[in-house]
Design a protein around this ligand. Structure first.
Ligand code: CP3
Length: 356
């Protein structure tokens, strides 16, 4: 683990970490969900020679992709290049990424027997991610925050049960409502594997862990409370006990934010559907927040983009504990120069303006 003495190091890595811990910063830290990906030529060049999973499994290449993206953008944090679905493999589920289709899990989990067959004793197989984190840490030192990540139990369970992305989450909700034993068994197994996986990442030097509950917005508030929240809370607490802050993120979560914040996550990731000033009230000012520019704004002319960036900053009100980000991931055709321009806009913004 890294030296957490934040008071003495004025670098941008601690700017990000300071904001996670709601300490004052010289300017708002910024990074982007999916900052390494197909919108970047350098990534496309690497992808010509390797599949996505090959990149993830070769620490040299995963580290290079992570570092290149963060350097090119000038952001304050680097998220390790990996994928949400990697833990499925050591649990016994094969998957692949089909062009244009996203992930496909070949034998989805549908029954009690399927859950019983899942393994929890092979998290060590994921240590290639930790090795990549070590390499990124060796490169950046304390210059940038290093973010490890994993999926939240609900979101990963939904991929395992649906066999891929989904529109209505029918199979997930069928298992959830009709077979609570299997559902709870599945979440328990996920927590075991994800806790071990996060521990590897923290020991390798991750400063923060982001837990992606990307598809939690598919749940009503009652269902979130009953079927997803307790498992997320257990994972958040387990990671916090490792000594790092947790960022907890989902999409279409406006109605869920207050409950999501009750996981105790240090930072709440916000999607772009409501202004930060509204969302932050639901979350509570005892949490930091991260967000929340609509990723498609990156296609707007620079003057409109700048207006929107400043609206996000103004909406955060110059309060301690805001990390600038998008409300969801960068999409493949995004112009890189607009992403770079946003970094400059955020860093140049005078926080006193927002405080009015
Ligand atoms: O800089 C980064 O953020 C890249 C690291 C990263 C990837 N996946 C690499 C990737 C991260 C943080 C993820 C997380 C991830 N993976 C999430 C949570 C984030 C979110 O968007 O809510 C989810 C839901 C996944 C599952 C996943 N992986 C999907 C649905 C897809 C296909 C969608 C698409 O854009 O094609 C992937 C593929 C994937 N993972 C790509 C990248 C760069 C693009 C595909 C490729 O390079 O072939």
């Amino acid at each position: 683990m890294k030296d957490m003495n934040l008071e003495t190091s004025p670098d941008s890595g601690s700017r990000f970490l300071r904001a996670c811990l709601r300490k004052p910063v010289d300017c708002t830290p910024v990074w982007f969900l999916r900052q390494a990906g197909r919108y970047m030529q350098e990534y496309r060049d690497v992808r010509k020679h390797h599949t996505l999973v090959e990149i993830c499994k070769q620490p040299d290449i995963a580290a290079e992709v992570t570092i290149t993206a963060a350097e090119k953008l000038g952001v304050d944090a680097a998220i390790i290049f990996a994928d949400l679905l990697l833990p499925l493999e050591p649990m016994g589920l094969d998957f692949e990424f089909m062009a244009g289709e996203g992930p496909v899990v070949h034998h989805p989990v549908r029954t009690t027997e399927d859950v019983l067959a899942l393994r929890t004793d092979r998290a060590e197989d994921l240590s290639y991610v930790a090795r990549a984190i070590e390499k990124v840490g060796a490169h950046f030192g304390n210059r940038l925050g290093i973010i490890g990540f994993c999926g939240a139990p609900y979101t990963l369970a939904s991929y395992m049960i649906e066999g891929g992305g989904s529109r209505n989450y029918i199979e997930t909700k069928k298992l959830m409502y009709r077979n609570p034993t299997a559902w709870n068994g599945l979440l328990d197994k996920l927590i075991t594997v994800l806790t071990a996986y996060c521990k590897q990442q923290v020991e390798a030097g991750a400063d923060v862990i982001q837990i992606f509950d990307s598809w939690v917005g598919s749940l009503s508030i009652e269902d979130y409370r009953q079927y997803a929240l307790p498992a997320s809370k257990r994972l958040v607490e387990a990671v916090q006990q490792m000594g790092v802050p947790v960022i907890y993120f989902g999409v279409e979560t406006a109605g869920l934010l207050t409950d999501m914040a009750s996981t105790g996550a240090d930072v709440m990731g916000l999607d772009w559907h409501q202004p930060i000033e509204v969302a932050w009230k639901s979350v509570g000012y005892n949490h930091a927040v991260q967000g929340n520019l609509d990723p498609i704004t990156l296609f707007a002319p620079l003057d409109i983009l700048e207006t929107r960036v400043k609206e996000v900053l103004r909406s955060a009100g110059g309060r301690v504990g805001h990390i600038f980000n998008l409300g969801h991931g960068i999409v493949p055709s995004t112009p890189v120069e607009n992403v770079q321009a946003v970094v400059k806009m955020v860093h140049d913004y005078k926080l006193e303006q927002a405080r009015g």
